[in-house]
Design a protein around this ligand. Structure first.
Ligand code: SF4
Ligand code: SF4
Length: 68
């Protein structure tokens, strides 16, 4: 199963990854705060991830790793 993993403490909540996900499963987790004080990005329905890695390529802070 493919899965995008987010290193949440590196995320600055810029939302760039949200714009490129073809499955629209990335959201800003307003229920969480990371160590920098940002609401980090994460997956709503991880089982829908297809492992395309568009999110990882778009992220300027190397927050996302994709497993296939
Ligand atoms: S790997 Fe592709 S499908 Fe999975 S979260 Fe990233 S952009 Fe979305
Ligand atoms: S592109 Fe990277 S830094 Fe920006 S919200 Fe997504 S995971 Fe966080």
């Amino acid at each position: 199963m493919a899965l995008a993993r987010f290193n949440e403490d590196r995320c600055k909540g810029c939302k760039l990854c949200l714009t490129v996900c073809p499955k629209k499963i990335i959201v800003i987790r307003i229920d969480r705060l990371n160590e920098k004080g940002y609401h980090p990005a994460g997956l709503t329905e991880p089982q829908k991830c297809i492992g395309c890695a568009f999110c990882a390529m778009m992220c300027p802070d190397c927050v996302i790793e994709v497993e296939k």
